[in-house]
Design a protein around this ligand. Structure first.
Ligand SMILES: Cc1cc2nc3c(=O)[nH]c(=O)nc-3n(C[C@H](O)[C@H](O)[C@H](O)COP(=O)(O)O)c2cc1C
Length: 356
């Protein structure tokens, strides 16, 4: 294991990561009316930094009070109280030698109207996912196609949320462009049927995501990170390949790489799986077209899978093992035989169970 990459440092812009293992973003739905996570959920993140993770992501933070929220109990970074709640958490993560990144998102057509104060569901086009919302057992409502006013308003939500994260002390922010949420809905012709500048060609479908990046970048100081997460799969209608073809996906990656971002995080369900009918997996196909620092996530659960995934990536993120095994990083370091957890086991994340 001497030549292994996993426990070597990595320079991510002005940050030196002590190893290549990070905590993936994990929504916990633990907040109350105040949109602040439960204290044990915040402590959980610090505990994972103490165990040796070099990057710790927050759960997906909702970018506005109008239409962004997709699940009950989600958090925001828009009021002083919300920002202040994160300050000691960020400090404690940094004290352990890890960097803290806030992920932010807008759910688009995956929004659950009942949990949004304005009861709206908006999307690139008025097309609902075909699957029912597993949380309500009912079909997703048909969303309103976004007007230019909506587009500007939503971008402003990303900007204000990023501003909150910077004030809270985060080392960077991530724009969630994966999993079939709003930005991903714009990327994909499956949900984007627009005929204006935001639809049609790959470049046009990227425009909204790029506009968000450009706007957010303006409030990110030079010594902080801006990261984008992408995936070819969505939470609803999971079997659908969101980018349709390898060419479509790679053109999107190239366009994103031209934006002022510091890394791309690729989310898969299982990193090894070949993509788009090729014999290559998502991270290999991403690496083919970009020199950006790359993060990979999905089914990486022990030392062998982590080393293997690192052949084409710079940083490994993990969700389920990190959630369920507080000593995961250390267990990986010593090469312990580890099990691969499944989604049902991870559902404990959404219960009042304390996972320290
Ligand atoms: C409880 C839970 C909550 C999640 N919440 C988010 C989230 O807020 N944002 C996100 O981008 N991915 C989220 N994911 C997906 C994970 O970040 C990760 O991409 C996925 O679980 C696959 O990685 P794994 O095999 O290491 O678990 C969540 C996963 C789990 C298990």
């Amino acid at each position: 294991m001497e030549n292994d990459k996993l426990f070597t440092q990595f320079n991510l812009k002005n940050f030196t990561l002590k190893n290549r293992l990070g905590v993936a973003p994990m929504t916990r739905m633990s907040g109350a009316e105040d949109s602040i996570p439960r204290q044990d959920v915040l402590d959980f993140l610090v505990r994972r930094a103490q165990n040796g993770a070099s990057i710790v992501y927050t759960e997906a933070i909702v970018t506005d009070y109008e239409s962004a929220q997709g699940y009950p109990g989600q958090s925001r970074m828009l009021t002083q109280a919300q920002i202040d709640a994160w300050k000691p958490v960020v400090k404690a993560i940094q004290k352990e030698g890890a960097i803290a990144i806030m992920q932010m998102f807008h759910c688009g057509r995956m929004a659950w109207r009942e949990v949004n104060p304005a009861h709206r569901s908006i999307a690139p086009s008025s097309v609902a996912p075909t699957q029912d919302n597993p949380m309500t057992g009912s079909p997703y409502p048909e969303p309103e196609a976004m007007s230019q006013f909506d587009i500007d308003h939503v971008i402003n939500g990303f900007v204000e949320t990023a501003r909150g994260a910077i004030e809270a002390g985060f080392d960077g922010v991530e724009i969630h462009g994966a999993h079939g949420y709003l930005i991903s809905q714009f990327f994909s012709s499956y949900s984007n049927k627009r005929t204006d500048d935001y639809g049609g060609s790959v470049k046009n479908r990227c425009r909204f995501g790029c506009d968000v990046i450009q706007a957010v970048k303006k409030v990110i100081p030079d010594d902080r990170l801006l990261i984008v997460r992408i995936s070819d799969w969505g939470i609803a209608d999971m079997e659908v390949s969101l980018f349709e073809t390898k060419e479509n996906y790679q053109e999107t990656v190239k366009l994103l790489s031209e934006e002022p971002i510091d890394a791309i995080s690729v989310s898969t369900y299982e990193y090894r799986q070949p993509a788009f009918g090729t014999d290559k997996n998502m991270v290999q196909l991403t690496r083919e077209v970009t020199d950006m620092p790359l993060m990979i996530c999905g089914g990486i659960y022990d030392r062998a899978s982590a080393e293997d995934a690192l052949k084409n990536a710079d940083i490994i993120l993990n969700a389920k093992s990190t959630l369920l095994n507080p000593n995961w990083v250390e267990d990986v370091r010593v090469g312990k035989t580890l099990k691969q957890y499944n989604s049902e086991e991870a559902n404990i994340a959404y219960t009042p169970e304390v996972l320290l």
